[in-house]
Design a protein around this ligand. Structure first.
Ligand SMILES: Cc1cc2nc3c(=O)[nH]c(=O)nc-3n(C[C@H](O)[C@H](O)[C@H](O)COP(=O)(O)OP(=O)(O)OC[C@H]3O[C@@H](n4cnc5c(N)ncnc54)[C@H](O)[C@@H]3O)c2cc1C
Length: 448
């Protein structure tokens, strides 16, 4: 039996990236993935590019195009603003797995068939499809939507059908088009071909098998709103059907398993946020794993709070942002696909707001470990700030006391302190600052 620190189940972006980062932090990691990703295109935002480049993972970006023009035909949002890169997901995922192996990760081409033992104190024993058994102190669940979660909350059930056009046109770039039956994403990439993806109500597919998928795709593409552009479109190979609704798959951490990416919150294609969430949630799992391995008892409490806050907040933000996006399409509001999605989840604003400045006790990342700290919440920073220019917010009060409004350029302040004071000014948090918060909040004075 192989014995390691961390077993990572699933080598999509979330699993491969988590494995890479944990190996770089010196842990013994095994990545288990069947390597069955079907060729497909997705959109990749600039935040993903920056994150991968910052970790030296430029090789994965070779699977992505340069930014391409994006056209949007969506009432309330008719524009060609912003571009997006097109990423060949099968090449992208494979490049991330190769980088993980180069960083020292062991890799097995197999599936996790069963979790035989699962104990917060001793770890997991996994049975793989190649009959291997693996013992690990922690398991990262990065099996995406295939993770057998107890699935808490789900949004309207969306199904996406996609495929490669047999006869690509001569266009490049992407086009998002709203139609009564749902929405279409057309993406033409010179290295891959012309990819068509439609998103419909899952209940709006009758029958099963490839004939039913082809029939449904044809009916969608013949809608008058699409003109004659795709009326006679044929596809190369089988169409791909994927569930695409938003799911809060694992709201609570049940150690020794840490879900990341879609296994924690499955993101829908509309947001274009899925790959960023996959990578950022994998990155957030690293300090949780390191803290759990080094100080298990303390780590369990911190990791549970840290995980829950991020995952639940991400789900609600995505749910409400998606609702607002569907709501912009006023011309189609009466069709069932649209009315369901503008009525869910509720009428709350998509982004948290804070009307009062306050300190809250939260779990934050410090030196790649989890730690409880005071976090400053302001109207401009409703998610809270733990450090400014590397200085803990609670220490800022010392600076506020020592420094009058005129001294922010003083030579005896370090560059970090000067930056922190400018930040306080920008929030009107310094005595002498103009604006609605002439003094630091009372609880900030007490705790510093
Ligand atoms: C139709 C559609 C279009 C999308 N378009 C976009 C887009 O344009 N831009 C964007 O940012 N996001 C998009 N998303 C979201 C994005 O695809 C996901 O959020 C992202 O792939 C999640 O990454 P992941 O690593 O968590 O999971 P996945 O990418 O699903 O990877 C899971 C991995 O686990 C493996 N696995 C499964 N079961 C097992 C097992 N038992 N044992 C071991 N391994 C296993 C799989 O083979 C796979 O390699 C889209 C989603 C859908 C459904």
């Amino acid at each position: 039996m192989t014995c390691i620190d961390v077993a990572v189940a699933g080598g999509g972006p979330a699993g491969a990236f988590a494995a890479h980062e944990l190996a770089r932090a010196g842990k013994r990691v095994l990545l288990i993935d069947p390597e069955t990703c079907r060729p497909r295109l997705e959109g990749l935002g600039e935040r993903v590019v920056r994150l991968l480049a910052s970790k030296g993972l430029e090789e994965a970006l070779e699977a992505a195009s340069a930014p391409m023009p994006r056209k949007v035909s969506w009432a309330g949002l008719n524009s060609t603003a912003n571009g997006e890169r097109l990423v060949r997901r099968h090449d992208f995922d494979a490049a991330l797995r190769r980088a993980a192996v180069r960083a020292g990760v062991l890799h097995t081409v197999a599936r996790v068939s069963r979790i035989e033992t699962c104990d917060p104190e001793t770890g997991v024993v996994l049975k793989l499809s190649n009959s291997e058994r693996v013992a690990a102190r922690l398991m990262i669940d990065a099996r995406g939507r295939q993770s057998p979660s107890s699935a808490g909350l789900k949004g309207p059930r969306t199904l996406s059908l996609s495929g490669l056009l047999a006869e690509p046109g001569d266009s490049t770039g992407t086009h998002v088009i709203a139609t009564p039956q749902g929405w279409l994403w057309s993406a033409a990439d010179p290295h891959f071909g012309h990819w068509i993806q439609i998103s419909i109500d899952a209940d709006d597919l009758h029958g099963s098998g490839s004939d039913a998928l082809s029939k449904r795709m044809r009916a969608f593409l013949r809608q008058p709103q699409l003109g004659s552009r795709f009326t006679d479109a044929g596809f190369k190979g089988r169409l791909l059907a994927r569930h695409a609704g938003l799911v809060l798959a694992a709201p609570e951490l049940k150690l020794p398993v840490l879900p990341v990416g879609d296994a924690a919150v499955a993101i829908d294609p509309l947001s274009g946020h899925g790959l960023f969430w996959a990578l950022s949630s994998a990155l957030a799992a690293v300090p949780a794993v390191l803290t759990l391995l080094e100080t298990p008892a303390r780590g369990r409490k911190l990791a549970a709070r840290f995980y829950r806050d991020r995952v639940v907040e991400t789900f609600w933000r995505q749910a409400r942002t998606g609702r607002d996006f569907y709501h912009l399409e006023q011309n189609l509001a009466a069709y069932p696909f649209w009315s369901r999605r503008t009525a869910w989840p509720d009428g709350e604003p998509s982004h948290a707001s804070a009307d009062k400045v306050r300190l809250e006790r939260r779990v934050v990342v410090e030196n790649n470990r989890l730690k409880e700290r005071d976090v400053l919440v302001t109207p401009q920073d409703p998610d809270g700030v733990a450090f400014v220019a590397g200085i803990p917010v609670t220490e800022l009060l010392g600076l506020v006391r020592a420094d009058g409004p005129s001294r922010s350029g003083s030579p005896d302040l370090s560059p970090a302190q000067a930056t922190a004071l400018r930040w306080l000014d920008s929030r009107n948090l310094r005595e002498g600052s103009p604006g609605p918060f002439p003094k630091p909040p009372a609880n900030m004075r007490e705790t510093a």
